[in-house]
Design a protein around this ligand. Structure first.
Ligand SMILES: Cc1cc2nc3c(=O)[nH]c(=O)nc-3n(C[C@H](O)[C@H](O)[C@H](O)COP(=O)(O)OP(=O)(O)OC[C@H]3O[C@@H](n4cnc5c(N)ncnc54)[C@H](O)[C@@H]3O)c2cc1C
Length: 393
């Protein structure tokens, strides 16, 4: 069977659904194809089931990309306030958890329902459980072959997301389509992902699984102050996830275990007062007891504070506040919230996300080399890029 429509969208995730509803709202006949059985599964599992659907202050500084300015145009034309207006119009209950981070109050479901309802009203046709066999350029646009027939359209939107969480339908199809049409793809890697520990730290640190502490972590040019969660396998929690997006293999992270504490002054003062306490007991004022102990053991620090010279205390403070840790790796795509890298933005128009050399071929959402930090930025990119394309096709 052969069908002629206006727009084919591959991928019924956040970006594809938003793009489809926007284009159909302008009178275009849109079909969305997805090999998964249900649309928007990542939306439902996001934000711990509450979907952190935007960040009120989302801007280029919250994104990683070979061209960090690429996202500006789409974000400006469809900013967080525009999506919030849609959320409010649909009566979705939401709350601001940390400054700027908006979550659904009860469950992520209303965000998916909102997208499906906007699409339904505009006449979007969703074809779930429909894989893509091939994509070809034709004289009038594109032909997409599926097991049930071939669709022809003037415009093709690739909204297949990244490689993260393969069991949710992730695949490399979007990158393969880009390469097929000669577009460069920036190397992909798991991001917003737990970090694993090197062999020698696996036991001592892993035994502290469940402990969460506020830290400051520096990785390359990025710095984050947030909670670090120790797990059996390594480091997780927002601080580790944020740092992971910037981490490159074999490069150490710098961890401040006591952010904002004037540690040397404190230890020196305790020593002046002739405190008889051991160093790890002094650290317990700021750190969980077991963690303080393990850090001291790892560094070979034992005995009472009095046994340390002033120089020695300076070194202790510096070590604990610039603790260098080289992760063994990451927990991989199976645990990553997003995929960094993707379709090279140099090959796309920042206004329409159309391939410069292939008229009618557009890429939206996570498949593009635009990766948000934790905090609702990834969904905001999905909405903004989806609308930019939906208005252009
Ligand atoms: C556990 C988790 C929690 C998250 N929490 C948040 C959060 O709270 N806030 C936030 O901003 N971001 C969050 N994210 C990131 C966010 O979910 C993604 O950035 C966003 O979903 C990307 O949207 P997308 O439409 O580009 O891709 P996706 O949502 O991944 O959608 C891609 C779609 O394409 C389909 N597809 C893939 N390959 C094919 C193929 N070969 N043929 C047909 N269809 C295909 C898939 O089945 C899928 O439906 C989270 C991610 C995860 C994994």
């Amino acid at each position: 069977m052969t069908e002629q429509i206006d727009v084919i969208v591959i991928g019924a995730g956040a970006a594809g659904l938003m793009c489809a509803a926007t284009a159909a709202g302008r009178g275009r006949r849109v079909v969305v194809l997805d090999h998964a059985r249900k649309p928007g599964r990542k939306i439902l599992m996001s934000g711990g089931g509450r979907c952190n659907f935007t960040h009120l202050h989302s801007g280029p500084e919250h994104f990683l990309s070979a061209n960090p300015r690429f996202c500006i145009s789409a974000l400006r034309r469809y900013p967080p306030a525009a999506f919030l207006e849609l959320v409010e119009r649909h009566g979705v209950a939401y709350e601001e958890r940390e400054p700027g981070r908006l979550f659904c109050r009860e469950s992520a479901r209303p965000i998916l329902d909102l997208l499906l309802s906007e699409g339904r009203q505009a006449g979007v046709e969703l074809r779930m459980g429909t894989g893509v066999r091939s994509v070809q350029a034709t004289a009038e646009g594109f032909a997409v072959a599926t097991p049930t027939g071939t669709l022809h359209a003037e415009a093709l939107v690739v909204a297949t997301g990244g490689l993260s969480i393969p069991r949710m339908g992730a695949s490399g199809l979007g990158y393969a389509i880009a390469r097929q049409f000669g577009l460069p793809v920036q190397p992909t890697r798991p991001a917003l992902v737990p970090l694993t520990l090197p062999e020698h730290l696996r036991r001592p640190i892993g035994d502290l699984a469940g402990i969460s502490v506020p830290v400051r972590v520096r990785c390359a040019e990025a710095e984050f102050s947030d909670d670090l969660l120790i797990t059996h396998h390594g480091l997780s929690g927002p601080a580790a996830l944020q740092a992971s997006s910037y981490w490159q293999p074999e490069v150490p992270l710098s961890l401040d275990w006591l952010p904002g504490v004037a540690l040397h002054d404190e230890l020196a003062e305790a020593r002046r007062r002739r405190s008889k306490r051991a160093l790890h007991r002094c650290l317990e004022a700021h750190l969980p007891r077991r963690l303080a102990r393990v850090l001291c053991d790892l560094e070979g620090w034992s005995g009472p504070l009095q046994g340390f010279s002033n120089r020695g205390l300076e070194a202790v403070a510096q070590r604990l506040q610039e603790w260098r840790l080289t992760p063994a790796g990451t927990a991989g795509y199976a645990k990553a919230e997003v995929t960094a890298g993707g379709v090279d933005t140099d090959a796309l128009s920042s206004r329409t996300l159309e391939a410069r050399e292939v008229p009618g071929l557009h890429f939206v959402g996570e498949v593009v080399d635009v990766t948000g930090q934790l905090g609702g930025h990834n969904f905001q990119w999905a909405w903004s890029s989806g609308v930019a394309v939906g208005q252009a096709i």
